[in-house]
Every structure is written in structure tokens, then in C-alpha cells.
Write a protein that binds this ligand. Structure first.
Ligand code: NAD
Length: 485
């Protein structure tokens, strides 16, 4: 079967973009081209904005209890189509099927949170002086845009779609051009759930489409998830056009391992954190700061990592370029004197020889000044940096410009508390390798891992996707005597 060229989804229908430029979409496990994604421009964004703008009045006027009924149905459809969605995520992203299924499960949890919005956003009312009351109501921001990365093709779009729409906004989604297929299917399921046309629109493309989104005056808020380099560009460009923006960037997560840490639990958690989704998670362990005598844990960690087999319980990385970048970091660290305990370079999977696989890699005696210690590698690679005490470990963690996640492995409550207080990261784990705060807690990092105030999911998303109206009312004449009314 020939790979098809995808269309944009505008006002509930699939539409070919104006231009003819496309990019091939690859299956990273095999290198096969599975589709062509169009590269949209300003004209296409204009059509999507028109559709989202005309859908906004009736959608935002619908009582929230009615709006969330669509998300109850959407949740049921996600469950019903879980296998098919996981297969799609696997095909376009390369992660293993169980990881793809976890994305669908997380999408269901995100949708459940959106279904609880009526309970969460009921307004406030107070008699502020005699006979005078003030009430607060939440209104949608308007037309919002959501720009998403390649590493979670189903989950990250669902970070924003259910919450933003349940709160009465309409949306333009710009999925990663590397993984555009899952988003298309989500749009179809939402339509089947009863979402009115124009409430969710999809624009495919890359830089040009994103720039058009940032510049368009008809879009009122932008969320972005991706690399720090692009997060900065999008935050600056969107806010310079006076839009509300929250832009999540890259990560370099440090796991501090103390000598008293539980050997088996620590080794298996660190190995799973660095290798899950082939290390392509913004919450992945990238650097392990080994404090004092922890060689027994490192030995166990290498044993655990050897159980992670490419093509079996380790997926492919997204592209040939990514594989080459990751392997370059490993080679450079080796040349600079780091010791490779487990080497995932030149991995070939039988039957998937053209897939982009990197095996689990553990590198000891990495120095904080090496590139592999400072930069986001985004592959199944763990750098071990040695530290003599907990304060030196914290210094290393704090010096990194990112601030998504950090963890400590110890059996001491005092040390755990001390590290949790002093790491410079928005999401902290104690004996947890991937400390994702689940609903209703919100997701978001610090420093160069996030630009804009507030987080992107959970309760924090309510502030981002709504604006407050404050109404002060007086009906009775006796209230006239009050000094402020
Ligand atoms: P990316 O920054 O390359 O792309 C993200 C989005 O930006 C895509 O939709 C892409 O089309 C668009 N884009 C790319 N270049 C652009 C440019 N020059 N101008 C405007 N738009 C552009 O990121 P990616 O490679 O798809 O995703 C991996 C990155 O995302 C990693 O850095 C990872 O840490 C990060 N990430 C962060 C989080 C988080 O919560 N902080 C979550 C997931 C992924």
C-alpha cells in the first residue's frame, strides 16, 4: 500500500493544505515511510483560526456540565480503541507496545480529570460589604493553540485537548511532523464523541506553521511542549504578539544515589528511568550522581540494564539523526576519559536491521564539564557522575540549566527531605525514577525546562485556560450607606 498524504482537520473535515510541500513520516523500528505529512503555512492557519473562531460562541456558551458529557464519551472511545491507538503510537514513534499502551492509559486519566471540571471550577461569591456581593466566574480564554513534540504522540496532545476544550476554549493543534498520525485519530474519536465541528482543528507542519500560530492575532493562548531551543523561540514570539503562553522545554534529570539506598529498588528504578521510551522522555534519568561508596549499586544497575534488550523491551529512537547524535555523545565521552560500562552503540535488531536502535548505555566517571553531562542526550544513556557528599551532589544538580525533574534514592528520611528541598527542579522523586505528578497535580518544570507561569496540566491548567470575571452587585437601597459603594 502506498503511504498516504495527510490532510489538515478544519471545521470537522479533512482538507488539503494550500502548499504542496510534504515530509515523509517514518516508522522508526523499520525505517519504512508510512505517510507524508503536509507542511502548512499562514493560509492554512488562517482557515483553522476562522473555524475555531466561528465555533467559539456556541461552544463556550454551552454549560460546562453539557460540554464534559462529550469527554465522558471520548474517554469510553479511548478505552474501546486502546489497542488500535497503541499500535499507531508504536508505528510512528518506535516505542514498545506496552509503553504505547501506557500513553493511552494516561490519556484516559487526563480525560477523567477534564470530566471533573464542573466540580473544580464552580465560582466564588462573598458579601463584601453590607448588601453588596462580589462573584467570580471563569471564562474561556478563546482560541488556543497547542504545539506538541514527537515523544508522546497521544499523551501530550491529551495534556491540553480535554482541559482546554472542557473549559470552553476552541483549539488548533499542531502535532509534531514526525508523529502526526495519532493526533488525527484522536480528532476522529472526538468527533465521534460528539465534539462540534471547529472546536478542535489540526494543522500539520513544522516551523512555518508554528510561526504563523505565534503571529496570528486570532489566537489568544499558546501551549508548547518540545526542546528548550524552540520553547524559547515560541515563548518570545507568542508573548510578543501579546498571547498568553506556557512553553515546556527539554530536560537533564539528575538522580542522586546515596550509599544507604536500597540496592535492588534503586538499580531497577534507575535502569527503567534511563531506558524507558528509549530514553526519550523529558522525565528520563540522564545523570546519576553517585554519592560515596555506591559501587555495589552501580554493579547491580549494569546487571539490570543488560536485561533491557533492543527490539524486545527497548524501542527504537525516533530517527537516524537521533541515533547518530546519541552515539556521538557516547563516543565523545569515551574520548574524554569516561568509562563505558555498557555500550549501546552499533546495535542491530534481527529482522529490524533498518530500525534506529541504540542499546542501553551506562557510562561511569563522567565529569560535570563534559557535554554528555551538561546537554540533553535524549536516548537510553546514563552518565554516572561521582560526588563525595550530598552537598557536592546538589551543587552538580543545581548547576545544570534545566530543571524538569530530580530524584534521590536513600532510606534516610532526613536526607530525602534535604535533597527534595534543595534540588532546583519542578518535579521531585524520592525513591522514584520517573516522578511524574499524576492528576490532579500539575506537570511542569523549572528554569530552562519551562517558560511562562503555571503548569500545563492538572489544576494549574485551569488558570491558564480561563480568565476571571469579577461581578459586584447591589440591589437593596440600605446598602447605599456603605463607604465603598
Ligand atoms: P522540538 O522542539 O524539535 O519540536 C517540538 C515542536 O516544535 C514540533 O511540533 C515542531 O514541529 C516544532 N518546531 C521544531 N522546530 C521549530 C522551530 N525552529 N520553530 C518553530 N517550531 C518548531 O522537540 P521534539 O524533538 O519534537 O521533542 C523532544 C523535546 O521535547 C526534548 O527536548 C524533550 O525534553 C522535550 N519535551 C519536554 C517535555 C516537558 O514536559 N518539559 C515533554 C515532552 C518533550
Amino acid at each position: 500500500m502506498n503511504p498516504t498524504t495527510l490532510s489538515n482537520f478544519i471545521a470537522g473535515a479533512w482538507q488539503q493544505p494550500h502548499g504542496r510541500k510534504t515530509l515523509p513520516v517514518e516508522n522508526p523500528s523499520s525505517g519504512a515511510v508510512i505517510a507524508f505529512v503536509p507542511l502548512s503555512g499562514m493560509n492554512d492557519v488562517e482557515l483553522a483560526v476562522r473555524a475555531a473562531t466561528s465555533a467559539l460562541p456556541s461552544w463556550s456558551a454551552m454549560p460546562i456540565k453539557e460540554r464534559v458529557q462529550i469527554f465522558f464519551r471520548y474517554r469510553a472511545l479511548l478505552e474501546q480503541h486502546a489497542n488500535e491507538l497503541a499500535e499507531l503510537v508504536y508505528t510512528e514513534n518506535g516505542k514498545i507496545l506496552s509503553e504505547a499502551m501506557a500513553e493511552v492509559d494516561k490519556s484516559i486519566e487526563l480525560t477523567e480529570f477534564a470530566c471533573s471540571m464542573p466540580q473544580l471550577i464552580s465560582g466564588e461569591i462573598l458579601e463584601v460589604s453590607r448588601g453588596v456581593e462580589c462573584r467570580i466566574d471563569r471564562y474561556p480564554v478563546g482560541v488556543v493553540a497547542s504545539i506538541t513534540p514527537f515523544n508522546f504522540p497521544a499523551m501530550v496532545p491529551n495534556w491540553t485537548i480535554p482541559n482546554a476544550l472542557a473549559l470552553g476554549n476552541t483549539m488548533i493543534l499542531k502535532p509534531s511532523e514526525l508523529v502526526p498520525l495519532s493526533s488525527c485519530r484522536l480528532a476522529e474519536l472526538l468527533k465521534e464523541a460528539g465534539l462540534p465541528d471547529g472546536v478542535l482543528n489540526i494543522i500539520h507542519g513544522g516551523q512555518e506553521a508554528v510561526e504563523a500560530i505565534c503571529d496570528h492575532s486570532g489566537i489568544h493562548a499558546v501551549t508548547f511542549v518540545g526542546s528548550t531551543k524552540v520553547a524559547k523561540i515560541v515563548y518570545q514570539r507568542a508573548t510578543s504578539h501579546l498571547k498568553r503562553a506556557v512553553c515546556l522545554g527539554g530536560a537533564k534529570n539528575h538522580l542522586i544515589v546515596m550509599p544507604d539506598a536500597h540496592e535492588e529498588m534503586t538499580a531497577s528504578n534507575v535502569a527503567a528511568s534511563m531506558s524507558g521510551c528509549a530514553g526519550q522522555r523529558c522525565m528520563a534519568a540522564s545523570a546519576m550522581v553517585a554519592v560515596g561508596p555506591v559501587d555495589h549499586i552501580i554493579t547491580r544497575l549494569v546487571e539490570e540494564s543488560k536485561k533491557i534488550i533492543p527490539g524486545k523491551n527497548l524501542g527504537a529512537v525516533i530517527s537516524k539523526i537521533a541515533k547518530e547524535r546519541i552515539e556521538r555523545y557516547i563516543t565523545e565521552a569515551e574520548q574524554q576519559g569516561a568509562k563505558i560500562l555498557l555500550d549501546g552503540r552499533n546495535t542491530k535488531v534481527t529482522g529490524k536491521e533498518n530500525g534506529y536502535y541504540v542499546g542501553p548505555t551506562v557510562i561511569d566517571f563522567v565529569k560535570p564539564e563534559m557535554n554528555i553531562a551538561k546537554e540533553e542526550v535524549f536516548g537510553p544513556v546514563l552518565s554516572i557522575i561521582r560526588a563525595s557528599d550530598v552537598d557536592e551532589a546538589l551543587k552538580i544538580e543545581n548547576a545544570n540549566p534545566y530543571g524538569n525533574a530530580a530524584s534521590v534514592f536513600t532510606q534516610s528520611g532526613g536526607i530525602a527531605r534535604y535533597v527534595a528541598e534543595h534540588v532546583s527542579a519542578g518535579m521531585v522523586g524520592i525513591n522514584i525514577g520517573v516522578p511524574v505528578p499524576r492528576e490532579p497535580f500539575s506537570f511542569g518544570g523549572w528554569n530552562e525546562s519551562k517558560f511562562g507561569s503555571g503548569d500545563i496540566t492538572g489544576k494549574s491548567s485551569i488558570e491558564f485556560f480561563t480568565k476571571l470575571k469579577k461581578t459586584t452587585t447591589k440591589w437593596n437601597p440600605e446598602a447605599r450607606k456603605n463607604w465603598m459603594s
